[in-house]
Design a protein around this ligand. Structure first.
Ligand code: CUA
Length: 371
């Protein structure tokens, strides 16, 4: 007892304990732990944000809200587990060898005994990785087929999404709605799922449709029709992004999915199906829109504008952004966009129309009536 106390006292009073090199190591380890904790906190916060049904600013595959996205997270965790274990074993052996066989004082500089060829070791490092890759491949294939095999029920919502440089055309063929860049969906009740099936086509080059919290990426390929599906289980707005490099504004090809309650979705459908009202004060702007080149690229239902090259503008003001998510849809931004789209989205294929100040005001005023 006395001896133990004495030993403890002598450890506490150990001279020079501050300078111990282990402290620096500990500090570095502390830094790494802090980094890890911050990363985990970010993930947890993202997940918490999604749970509250808010807009998650950083779309994360770790905060799924739809069956295919849940499956993908499960698979990602499995792959992360296996690859993490490999990292620990390989990294651990590396560190052990570095520490154990480092140059020591009094080293005689001779090479250690060299070993050539070992059937057991060579077999082990060939067969074990092969088995691991086979397991990863088979499990991944199982998840892919599991997601792809899902057949649409009769009452599934059908949406066609067409990728353009650099925006998304969104069609609801059975509802007669055409919009752009903002997908609207009903929430799916797990007890009676109502999934949305998305048909994907491209008008020009290869794009990729990706809303990380709802489903995995699906390529959008010219002259080929791909399908994917989502069944969002929570209301909220989810961010998406074109995930295949498609030219200058690939990064400016954003997309949102707004998931509504069934009633809210029915309301949204009704507003999109309603014809636009011709407001008297916008008469001059409407004339200009029809006579200028606008109508050869854009459609406004119920008018002579039937262009299909650019987004359908029938209910432009119901959308929250312009230029596929690059700026908020405010009167000021709308005016700037009509004046010179490239000032907000360099490379945008819509030309600057060189309108006079007066005409610019009139056209903008007309567009603002398209609610
Ligand atoms: Cu479209 Cu990248």
């Amino acid at each position: 007892m006395m001896m133990r106390q004495a030993r403890r006292r002598s450890q506490q009073g150990k001279p020079g304990v501050e300078e111990h090199p282990g402290h620096r190591l500990m500090a570095r380890r502390g830094f790494r732990l802090a980094c890890g904790a911050i990363a985990i906190a970010c993930l947890v916060l993202t997940a918490a944000g999604a749970r509250a049904g808010e807009v998650v600013r950083t779309p994360s595959i770790f905060a799924p809200t739809s069956t295919p996205a849940f499956a993908i997270r499960e698979l990602a965790m499995f792959v992360l587990g296996i690859t993490g274990a490999i990292f620990l074993v390989v990294g651990g052996l590396g560190v052990y060898v570095l520490v154990q066989f480092r140059r020591r004082r009094g080293d005689d500089g001779r090479e250690p005994p060299q070993v050539y060829g070992s059937r057991q070791i060579e077999l082990a490092w060939t067969v074990v990785p092969l088995l691991i890759v086979a397991v990863l491949f088979l499990v991944t294939a199982r998840y892919i087929f599991g997601i792809e095999r899902r057949q649409p029920p009769a009452d599934a919502l059908e949406v066609t999404v067409v990728g353009h440089q650099w925006w998304w055309e969104i069609r609801y063929p059975r509802l007669g709605i055409v919009t752009a860049n903002e997908l609207h969906l009903p929430v799916s009740d797990p007890a009676r799922p109502t999934p949305t099936f998305v048909t994907l086509q491209s008008a020009d080059v290869i794009h990729s449709f990706w809303i990380p919290q709802l489903a995995g990426k699906t390529d959008v390929i010219p002259n080929k029709t791909n399908r994917t599906w989502i069944d969002p289980l929570q209301t909220g707005t989810y961010l998406g992004q074109c995930a295949e490099y498609c030219g200058l504004q690939h990064a400016g090809m954003l997309l949102t999915a707004t998931v509504h309650t069934r009633d809210d979705f029915a309301r949204w459908v009704a507003t999109q199906q309603a014809p636009v009202r011709n407001e008297a004060h916008a008469f001059r702007g409407r004339e200009l829109f029809a006579s200028l080149a606008c109508s050869s690229c854009h459609t406004v239902q119920g008018t002579s504008a039937h262009g299909v090259f650019g987004p359908d503008l029938t209910h432009l003001m119901s959308r929250s952004t312009l230029g596929s998510g690059v700026v908020r849809n405010t009167p000021e931004n709308l005016r700037r966009w009509v004046e010179d789209p490239a000032s907000l989205k360099p490379g945008a294929l819509m030309p600057a129309m060189q309108l006079s100040r007066e005409d610019l005001e009139q056209v903008t005023a007309y567009l603002m009536t398209l609610r």
